[in-house]
Design a protein around this ligand. Sequence first.
Ligand SMILES: Cc1ncc(COP(=O)(O)O)c(C=O)c1O
Length: 386
Amino acid sequence: MERRTYLQIPGPTNIPDRILRSLAQPVINHRGQEFEKLVTRCVEGLKKVYNTENDVLIFPSSGSGTLESAIVNLFSPGDTIVASSMGVFSERVATIAEKYELNVIRITKEWGESVKPKDVREVLEKDVDKKVKGVCLPHNETASAVVNDIEGVSKAIKETNHPAILVVDAVSSLACMPLETDAWGVDVVVTGSQKGLMLPPGMGIVSISPKAWKLVEKSTMPKWYWDYKAVKKRMEIKQFPYTPSTTLLFGLSEALDILEEEGLENVFKRHELIATAIREAAKAMGLSLFAEEGYQSNSVTAIEVPQGIKYKEFADILNTKYGVVIGGGLQKLKGKIFRIGHLGSLHKTDIYAIMSAVEIALFELGYKVELGTAAKTVSGVFLNEQ
Ligand SMILES: Cc1ncc(COP(=O)(O)O)c(C=O)c1O
């Protein structure tokens, strides 16, 4: 019997039927009038989701590709940047930068902890020669389910009177948590299609401020496919320098309609409520949250695998018996935590299914929990909200 799977990895996320149907449209000429309208709609809609007047460019790529695009367009070999090492994805940006021969000053944190504005301030205050060209941080470190205070970091950069630009990886936060690109002064924001935008993987998006464009002008890094100047020029006439993913643009247009219908504020509130319900249910079941209190993400929750439980057996039961697919710990967190993605198209009733399945799967493996705890706690959170 065909059944719905709850795809609760921290992206790709569940795709709404409306978007799936939009992806089934016949492909159109990517240099025709219909396509121009599609690009115009997507860029205008993205600017609203980004809260920006900055340029927004679209790449047929994964999130990592678009992060690499930021490094090769903004900097030159030998430049110095500040990056963080607080999990797999923050470390990835630092690694990409080093591959391109940048000097990377790492702000290193225990996985599970966030980077604080004061950490950035300290590094920039030491940079008396103002060598640092950019500060690159994830908004949401998906590997540890930790959110960083990007608004605070931006303020810290301004208060030190440092000219560095702020580059933010918002792959797992855009359209899930508030991100005020212009009001907070974030120069470059990178995201991917497969998270809050509820699309399949394969599209990367980046916004670029006028201050960041000045660095683009100076960058000597070799590039062709990623060249922001070339892409911007073609996107001004609603085209791309190469064949774009027309199908994903259809999906994006539909996703933007869905987000606009709900209203971004409501989208954020829904993510917050659902995240609260998941965290509270986990705690009520006696489970420990991995991320630092106060910096827990509203798009993914990391939970410590309880003593005596093997992650793989647990995840297998969840998947095969209950149709819930969760994410495991990455790299040094393998087997130690499990991650529940709760971003994109997810609604209150889904949380009963997901958390009750987590509960019964643990119970079947001998974990001591009173069955029904999860559902009762979730109801409590939802009732409290009204
Ligand atoms: C915060 C963050 N950055 C970057 C990436 C990499 O994106 P992709 O897998 O699309 O290359 C991910 C993927 O999960 C992510 O969560």
